[in-house]
Ligand binder design. Structure first.
Ligand SMILES: *Cc1c(COP(=O)(O)O)cnc(C)c1O
Length: 323
């Protein structure tokens, strides 16, 4: 089950789904509109929607052949006749899911609601991004005890990227797994996963270049001053495009093949780079992110966030080219 929620973690929902469709058996999305977008673009595979069905949208599930999640007792009543659904039990994430103490209520409704069709059961781990968390096993044991109440025929799934890669010693893969972030080449936590390489390369260019003298400033606040004479280039990318403003002055980019400093505050649509070693040329290619020395994890560490947020921050309007 390939997780392609949130515009395929920023990489482009439709193109990524089309690429993955021959390689996987299911798609998972966060919101019903993402599922509808996949259907409108010809995706035929089963699609599981994670969110709690909105009472005003319940007819869209059967209409677009989307599998709903029942994550609370109320949803048994709200979802429309003929809807296929998976049960989501909350074993410790405490975000979405039926609380374990309501398992009997859920079982009753599972058996009595003949107008809707349960085909799966799942849970989600809170700490699987860390390699040695005892909480993963606790959640797993609780899930297994809940799972026992339901028929074996239900498709069972629990594992996100962290669970798949860091918990190979636990029996948690069941019938299907739900990888998200690893599909795009990132590892979920601090523990590097071999053979994963970001699929993204983010490129721009120098829209203007100029010489700068020692002591002259660049950008809002005039807060960065050139330490020596050199060249400054303006890159037409800013925080509205999805680069975190907090990275201002703290990262490097490639201009051509040369590493240069990003300097000055990151503005809404622009930011500066500085070179003292060599002249910068108009329209030279600038690489912001790549799969090696400009890994999204490098931004994430500086911005005190995770590659998930770096990737999903990329403005959906930025032109994407698929190689
Ligand atoms: C996002 C999500 C996943 C995928 O998680 P990754 O850490 O990106 O692999 C799996 N299951 C659920 C319920 C999710 O919300």
């Amino acid at each position: 089950m390939a997780v392609v929620k949130d515009n395929a973690y920023g990489h482009g929902l439709i193109e990524i789904a089309k690429y993955l469709e021959p390689k996987v058996q299911w798609f998972c999305v966060a919101r019903i509109d993402e599922g509808i977008a996949l259907r409108k673009n010809g995706v035929k595979l089963p699609i599981l929607v994670f969110e709690v069905p909105d009472a005003e949208r319940v007819n869209d599930y059967p209409e677009y052949n989307l599998v709903a999640t029942v994550a609370d007792i109320e949803s048994f009543k709200t979802i429309a006749d003929g809807t296929e659904y998976h049960l989501n039990f909350d074993t410790g994430m405490r975000r979405l899911g039926i609380p374990p103490k309501e398992v009997h209520k859920a079982l009753d409704l599972f058996q009595s609601c003949k107008n809707i069709n349960c085909t799966g059961i799942y849970t989600h781990f809170a700490t699987a991004d860390v390699a040695d968390s005892p909480f993963v096993e606790q959640q797993l044991e609780l899930f297994k005890s809940i799972r026992n109440y339901f028929p074996d025929s239900l498709m069972t799934h629990t594992a996100n990227t962290g669970a798949i890669f860091y918990y190979t010693h636990l029996d948690l893969q069941f019938d299907a797994v739900r990888p998200g972030v690893c599909l795009y080449g990132y590892y979920p936590g601090q523990d590097e996963i071999e053979d994963l390489e970001p699929i993204i390369e983010w490129k721009s260019h120098l829209m203007q270049v100029r010489e700068i003298r020692k002591g002259e400033s660049v950008g809002y606040g005039a807060s960065w001053l050139a330490p020596e004479d050199g060249w400054v280039g303006t890159v037409p990318i800013g925080y509205a495009d999805g680069i975190q403003r907090i990275l201002g002055g703290k990262i490097n980019f490639l201009v051509g093949d040369d590493l240069v400093q990003q300097v000055g505050r990151i503005a809404m649509d622009y930011m500066g780079v500085f070179s003292k070693e060599r002249e910068l040329w108009l329209n030279e290619e600038v690489t912001l992110l790549n799969g090696s020395n400009l890994h999204p994890k490098y931004w994430a560490d500086i911005a005190q966030t995770i590659p998930y947020e770096v990737a999903t921050s990329l403005n959906a309007n930025i032109a994407r080219e698929y190689l």
